[in-house]
Design a protein around this ligand. Structure first.
Ligand code: F0G
Length: 481
């Protein structure tokens, strides 16, 4: 929620109080340099003790509510037939309107099950945009991901309210080319993660459904960030300004045939699920659940997390919870924009995204500008962000680097974790870094895994720019921060 102060400025306002805290430490720049060197200039490989603000992800890092923690105490650890499962099933029925539920240990496990059941070699999977783990699973099953976004999706300076919409003309052409029988399903990702947390509209979702239903193709929604997408629909789609988040989510689910999600985001737990009203789809996936995840009533999740998920699903429909990160992101983004820092607009649903190609336009894409900028942000601030660019793209079958559509540094905003002074600090250090951007150079790989290389790949700076940056920071701020 945002509130207008008497001087007219709008600030995000926390509709909760903080009752449990965790200490963080701000290591000096010299230590930060050493830590990033040891991590191979890959922020995934930094240790938590070396971080001031962990903005790597909003996944599994959200503050949980007192009611979620309380629910964990009543969990039923029965291997089969756990009451915790039935409580989650009730929540799925109440919030999504779906009667079939397949729990999974996290979002990518749900993607694995979908790939196993529905993606056959040679088939195509149209979507508004890919997510890293989605693409990895569908590729491994022999499918081909088709990204059918609209003309504004990759414009980082856009004002388009629904950059996550699918281009219907491109969808029609893609289906005609592949033949409907060769389309596994169509996937729409709520607040499209990799292009800046950008939502789709309900109108677009309905149009996609109307196009594919007569062809016998079913519609899958990746609902990991469903409450944020619903929040944006309420704010941006004409006719929904007075509709509750709960009703918008329900409407999205009534259009979709099946949804799957990572429970680590909107639901603020650690887990995942697939849910649907289509018995045929449910039955096609169900046999694989005990093979890969666990018995039907826990699917690899702990019963405690299942209980917390049931509560989290209901809480994410509250306006102030659904908008908690979106409003903080809007504020954080406005601070960065005031300082002239190139960011992705409009404000999205999971993070502030910095456009590395504009921030360090002297670093060519072949030298991984987003990876370099993520490392530089850490050196200059102790803040850990995530590279979302070419490092996050695996090589093609011929071993060539695949340049990413965008080179972004994601500064994720976990729900109800950071305060306004954290965003002000972050914006201040980014302003300093922007003024010193010429010091930042490129990166090259020194060790590179074959799949999802961004997780474990080791890189090194081209030239010793990390040390120069740390020195410049120390010259300006002194040795201790
Ligand atoms: N789909 C979306 C849209 C996601 O953002 C994620 C994860 C997944 C699927 C996979 O779910 O992590 O529970 O296995 N996104 C995390 C992130 C990793 O940091 O953005 P998971």
């Amino acid at each position: 929620m945002s509130i207008r102060l008497s001087n007219g400025t709008e600030i995000p306002i926390e509709m909760h109080k903080v009752r449990i805290v965790q200490k963080v430490r701000l290591a000096p720049a010299r230590e930060r340099l050493k830590a990033i060197e040891e991590a191979g200039y890959n922020t995934f490989l930094l240790r938590s003790r070396d971080l001031f603000l962990d903005m790597l992800t909003d996944s599994g890092t959200n503050a949980m509510s007192d009611n979620q923690l309380a629910a964990m105490m009543q969990s039923d650890d029965a291997y089969a037939g756990s009451e915790s499962f039935y409580r989650l099933l009730d929540a799925v029925g109440e919030i999504f309107g779906y009667q079939y539920l397949l729990p999974a240990h996290q979002g990518r496990a749900a993607e694995h099950l979908l790939a196993k059941a529905f993606v056959k070699p040679g088939q195509v999977v149209p979507m508004n945009y890919h997510f890293t783990t989605t693409k990895a699973h569908f590729d491994l099953a022999g499918g081909k991901v088709l990204e059918l976004y609209g003309p504004e999706a990759l414009n980082t300076e856009s004002t388009c309210p629904f950059k996550g919409n699918m281009d219907l003309g491109r969808l029609r052409d893609a289906i005609a080319k592949a033949g409907p029988a060769n389309v596994s399903f169509v996937r729409m990702e709520a607040t499209t993660n990799l292009i800046g947390g950008q939502p789709f509209s309900l109108e677009n979702l309905r149009q996609v459904k109307a196009l594919i239903e007569p062809l016998g193709i079913f519609l899958v929604v990746d609902a990991s960030l469903i409450s944020e997408n619903a929040y944006f629909i309420r704010q941006r789609e004409p006719g929904y300004e007075n509709t509750s988040i709960r009703d918008i989510i329900r409407e999205i689910m009534s259009v979709a045939d099946l949804c799957y999600l990572s429970g680590r985001k909107s639901c603020a737990v650690r887990g995942g699920m697939i849910a649907t009203n289509r018995k045929d789809l449910y039955e096609a996936i169900r046999p694989w659940l005990p093979v890969y995840e666990g018995f039907f009533t826990y699917g690899g999740m702990s019963s405690k997390e299942i209980e917390a998920m049931a509560v989290g699903m209901r809480e994410m429909t509250e306006l102030e919870v659904a908008g908690s990160s979106a409003d903080a992101i809007k504020y954080f983004l406005s601070l960065l924009q005031e300082k002239g820092i190139p960011v992705v607009t409009p404000a999205g649903g999971l993070a502030c995204h910095i456009d590395a190609m504009r921030f360090i336009d002297h670093v060519p894409q072949s030298e991984y500008p987003a990876g370099a900028l993520a490392a530089a942000v850490y050196i200059a601030s102790g803040i850990r962000g995530m590279e979302r660019g070419s490092v996050s793209m695996d090589r093609d079958a011929e071993g060539n680097d695949v340049p990413s559509d965008l080179e972004l540094v994601r500064l994720a905003v976990p729900r109800r974790v950071f305060t306004m002074s954290h965003y002000q600090y972050a914006a201040d250090r980014l302003e300093w870094l922007y003024a010193h951007r010429r010091l930042i150079g490129g990166l090259e790989f020194r060790e590179e895994p074959p799949v999802l290389r961004f997780f474990a790949g080791l890189l090194k700076p081209k030239g010793d720019w990390g040390a120069a940056l740390a020195q410049a920071f120390e010259d300006d701020f002194g040795p201790s921060c």
